[in-house]
Design a protein around this ligand. Sequence first.
Ligand code: FAD
Length: 410
Amino acid sequence: MKNWSGNVTFDAALVVRPTNIEDLKSAITAAENVRALGSVHSFNKIADCKDLLLSFEHFPKDIEIDVAGAQVRVAAGVRYGELAIALNEVGFALPNMGSLPHITVVGATSTGTHGSGLRNQNLSAAVCAIELITSTGDDLSISGDELKAARVGLGALGIIHHVTLKIVPAFEVAQSIYLDLPFENLINHFEGVMGAGYSVSAFTTWGELLVDQIWVKSRIDIDTLPGDELFSANLAKQKSHPLPGASTESATEQMGVVGPWHERLPHFKLDFTPSFGDELQSEYFVDFKDARAALQAVHALRHQIQPLLLVTELRTIAADDNWLSEAYGRNSLAIHFTWKPDVPGVTAFLPTIEAALAPFKARPHWGKLFTDNGFDFYELYPQFKSWATYRAGLDPDRKFVNELLGTWGI
Ligand SMILES: Cc1cc2nc3c(=O)[nH]c(=O)nc-3n(C[C@H](O)[C@H](O)[C@H](O)COP(=O)(O)OP(=O)(O)OC[C@H]3O[C@@H](n4cnc5c(N)ncnc54)[C@H](O)[C@@H]3O)c2cc1C
């Protein structure tokens, strides 16, 4: 069994697909080492283990909307795209979405998955309750302050069968793409570019002078729509794909056509392959106040980056107080790399990028590729030690810890 990208082959001896909570509990108590699978979109071995993998493919896909309380209770296995359609039908929305609707809510929130927007926290910030099964097969419901430890849990606290999310009234979004922003203008007008809409992504192939595309997603109810020019980048007259030359069929509607939030906030449609397909990904989060310096440090490496790169995406994430959120305690810029599927080449190059971003205390995305043993997470995350203690309290025998987490000091 492989992950979405095909770069990870799972080592686990067995995959079990429970159809109810009792079967889930029996499987957990009988196994020595257990992890859960979402939609296997992560690029590293975070979801793997040596013994038992639990898949929620056959688990009931509960989506229970509490209209009065503005919350939704969602089962593990439900994908963002499925949840979004159900919410929109009754006039509700999620505050934000990632670039693709194909990922599961539980898998994505467990790794601190994010969209973009100076006002938007990462997706796990919407979690207001977690229901899981512990290593001893017991039920545990987590709410209130304890969620700071549990929202981004890396799958290491227990096997989650439901989460509850805060929801907001549905809204409409128009997506416009701007082409060829001089790199200098991005640096000089960084807040203006990244704040041009509710959710903004800048795509670059690190050319000498140009940022290839700026995707601006504007909320019709609260944003001023951008005009024909954005800091000298020109409004695209044709549909675009983030990856130069790729078919635009899979991309969500653009050119300012107003539509529902869930058909504009992701870059890709649910029924198409997102991104390129044959690719690897890495992403590093720096403090927004260091954005310019960090971008210049990466730009200086462009001649080494370009032979390995398909495209870079730049996004912003508002600070939160979830202990393992990559945006913990700081408004952040996320510098993302979609790489060609060259595992040895990318693996050999990552330490160079990581060294360039180390002065900015860059935090890697938990679900993407970075150098094992390359980061001191106790230093990068002020609450990492508290989280490790919390995890050990729930699972002293390390039933839910895998080899990769071990290399991260867990
Ligand atoms: C094409 C593409 C585009 C992407 N775009 C974005 C993006 O826009 N923003 C971003 O931040 N990331 C992005 N990612 C990364 C992706 O969001 C994360 O890797 C995310 O974790 C994938 O979710 P998943 O459902 O596939 O989870 P998996 O990869 O299957 O699992 C992730 C983790 O969650 C745990 N987990 C899953 N289910 C459970 C459960 N029931 N109980 C306990 N633990 C569980 C797993 O054990 C694992 O540790 C992208 C990935 C791809 C392939």
